[in-house]
Design a protein around this ligand. Sequence first.
Ligand code: SF4
Length: 329
Amino acid sequence: MLDLGTEFEKKEYISTDKLQYWQLCFRQGMPLWMKEKYTEKRIIDWYDHFNGEVYVSFSGGKDSLVLLHQVRKLYPDVLAVFSDTGLEYPEIRQFVKTIDNVVWVKPKMSFKDVIKKYGYPVVSKEISQKIYEFRASTITGNKKHQNRILFGGRNGNGKMPDKWKFMIDAPFKISDQCCDALKKSPIHTFEKETGLKPFIGTMAQDSRLRKTRYLKVGCNSYEGKERSAPMSFWREEDIWEYIKENNLDYSDIYKMGYERTGCMFCMFGIHLDSLPNRFQKMKKTHPKQYDFCMDKLGIRDVLGFMKIPVEENQDHLFSLRESTNARCI
Ligand code: SF4
């Protein structure tokens, strides 16, 4: 069944530039074979536009695996680029090594350096950014900007959700700089050096930001930030169906109870994880990495402040978190 979104979403997205919300819903509801055809057309357009000077951004996860398979069905020699942030699951790194023609790029900073210099990535990119800016405005005395973050501009736009305002007073640094330092910067350097243009395996379903972006620019964006996301209208179930139909091998991490891969120590979206959450699982599946991030990187303290359980017997913290949030509203 189509997910038509909340009333708020429908109202908001109906007015965006390139696509209307119903078009996204329609495309998301298409059968897999039709999605593949749509995606193929976008891959060909992108490839032709840049005379084959393209690459696939490959994370080792299932989405970019399906993307890579589709691109290489058409153009077998297209390069894949893996961003080795130092935070990838060992199973992902292992799997990437089994794929041909992959370039590994590395950041200049480590995660430890990033959290020390800028702060922890928590809740979401938007929330971390607002907390960072709010605190920076305290130093510069920019009350107007602080008020905009707390109460929003005209129509309440840009307001930080009340339930996260307590994080402004957290006794540790918070920022949205991590992705820039660990992922974007090395990729940017790679693109600058090679001139290649990316295919990325993101989907509108992944987040509100991605949905908004898809509605604004569609799959292939030739202006501003050039990138092709030809599977934007796919859904997670399509990915698994495609993997099954094409008998693709995928990373063992999915067989260990993880639905999403990505950086092991990232706290974006942690409040949305069902229990056991990613850190509770990590304690069982990757105890060495768990101990390191909890005790050497301070993640136990960050999640403790957020009332997010990190041990098996802490699920009750969810209800504590709700009461903390209620106090802050
Ligand atoms: S996904 Fe999270 S941990 Fe990984 S680079 Fe981005 S913010 Fe950092």
